[in-house]
Design a binder for this molecule. Structure first.
Ligand code: LMR
Length: 333
C-alpha cells in the first residue's frame, strides 16, 4: 500500500508539470539594443501584439530593448545557443560570424533611397542573402529599416580633411572601418550601448548613426556638431533561432509568419517619419549644431570614399556589389 502511494505521488509529481507545460505559452524572447521609441523598437512591439493575437495566446513575446539582456555581439551568440529566440541586428553586425555579404549595405552612398533598397531586399538578391544565415543556425524572416546615417563630432565636419586624426565609433563591419580610414580617421568597433558614454568621456571623438538612434540615446547632447550627410544606410535582418523555428507547430508558425509580414510593413512604413521626427527633436534641443553640407562638400566626401568599393569587393563580393548597384540604379533611373 505504502509503495503504491509513493508510486502514485511520484507519478503526480511527474504528471503535474507536464500538464501545466501543455498550457504554458511558447515564449519568444526578442532582444534588441535600441530604445523602444525607434523604428526597430516599435516594430518589435508590433510583432509582439500581432503574434500574441494571431496565435490566440499560444505564443508570448517578451521584448527586451536597450541591450537589457545582451549587447550586440553577445545577442548573436545567445541566439545561436537558443538563450533568446529572436533578434533584429543591423546588417553591419553579421560580419564577425563569417557572413560578410550583409556589409554591402554599409558601402557609402550605395542606397540612394528606401524605394531602391526595397528592390534589393524584396527581390531574389534579398532572398538569397537570407539563405546565408541558415548554416549559422538562424533563419532570416524579414528586412526592417532604420534609415540614413548622419555624422557627428565635437568638431564641425564638412569635408574629408575635417575627419583626419579623429576617432569614430563604428559597428563591427569592415566596410565601415574602410569608410573611416578613407577619410583619414581611426575607426573603433564598439557596442551600441557604450557609445553615449564613450562620446561623453572622449574615448571616441565622433560617430555615425540615424537621427532616431542618436536622439533616443542622447548622443546629440554630447556632440557639438551633427552633419547631415545621409551617407549610409542602417537596416536590420529579423532573425530567429533555426531549431526553435523549425520545431514550432505548423499552425503557430503560419500565424507568426503573418504577424511578421504585417509588423514588417508597419516598421518599414514608420521608419522615415521616425527619423524625421527625431531630427526635428534634435534640432529643437539646441544641444548640437546641425550642418547641411554643400553639394561640393558632399562631392568631396563621395570622392574620398569611392576607392573602398574596389577594396571591399574582395570582402563582400564584387558581383554582389555590382548587382546591388545595378538594381538600385534601375530603380532610380
Ligand atoms: C548601432 O550599433 O549603431 C546600430 O546598429 C544599433 C541599431 O540596432 O540600430
Amino acid at each position: 500500500m505504502r509503495n503504491w502511494l509513493l508510486a502514485a505521488a511520484a507519478a503526480a509529481i511527474i504528471v503535474a508539470p507536464t500538464a501545466t507545460m501543455a498550457q504554458a505559452p511558447i515564449v519568444i524572447k526578442f532582444s534588441h539594443v535600441v530604445a523602444p521609441n525607434t523604428p526597430k523598437g516599435k516594430g518589435a512591439e508590433k510583432f509582439k501584439e500581432l503574434a500574441e493575437k494571431y496565435t490566440a495566446g499560444k505564443v508570448k513575446v517578451e521584448v527586451y530593448p536597450n541591450s537589457t539582456l545582451y549587447k550586440d555581439k553577445e545577442e548573436l551568440e545567445a541566439l545561436q545557443l537558443g538563450a533568446v529566440q529572436m533578434l533584429a541586428p543591423s546588417n553591419s553586425k553579421f560580419g564577425p560570424m563569417g557572413i560578410k555579404e550583409f556589409e554591402v549595405f554599409d558601402l557609402p552612398f550605395i542606397i540612394p533611397n528606401l524605394a531602391a533598397l526595397r528592390k534589393v531586399t524584396e527581390g531574389p538578391m534579398g532572398t538569397n542573402m537570407l539563405e546565408l544565415l541558415k548554416p549559422k543556425g538562424m533563419i532570416g524572416l524579414a528586412y526592417w529599416d532604420n534609415g540614413f546615417k548622419q555624422m557627428s563630432a565635437n568638431k564641425a565636419l564638412r569635408v574629408p580633411e575635417d575627419y583626419k586624426g579623429l576617432k569614430f565609433r563604428i559597428q563591427s563591419s569592415k566596410v565601415l572601418e574602410a569608410q573611416f580610414r578613407s577619410l583619414g580617421a581611426t575607426p573603433q568597433v564598439m557596442a551600441f550601448s557604450e557609445v553615449y558614454q564613450a562620446l561623453q568621456t572622449g574615448v571616441v571623438d565622433g560617430q555615425e548613426n540615424t537621427a532616431s538612434n542618436m536622439y533616443t540615446q542622447k548622443m546629440h547632447e554630447v556632440q557639438k556638431y551633427t552633419t547631415l550627410t545621409n551617407h549610409g544606410y542602417i537596416g536590420y535582418v529579423v532573425v530567429v533561432n533555426k531549431k526553435f523555428w523549425d520545431d514550432l507547430p505548423a499552425d503557430v508558425r503560419t500565424n507568426l509568419d503573418k504577424a511578421m509580414k504585417e509588423s514588417t510593413a508597419y516598421a518599414n512604413k514608420i521608419s522615415a517619419q521616425e527619423n524625421d521626427e527625431a531630427l526635428e527633436d534634435i534640432k529643437k534641443s539646441g544641444k548640437t549644431q546641425l550642418i547641411t553640407p554643400t553639394a561640393a562638400e558632399m562631392a568631396a566626401m563621395r570622392k574620398a570614399m569611392e576607392p573602398i568599393y574596389e577594396d571591399m569587393g574582395k570582402r563582400v563580393g564584387k558581383q554582389l556589389i555590382d548587382d546591388v548597384m545595378k538594381t538600385v540604379n534601375a530603380a532610380t533611373n
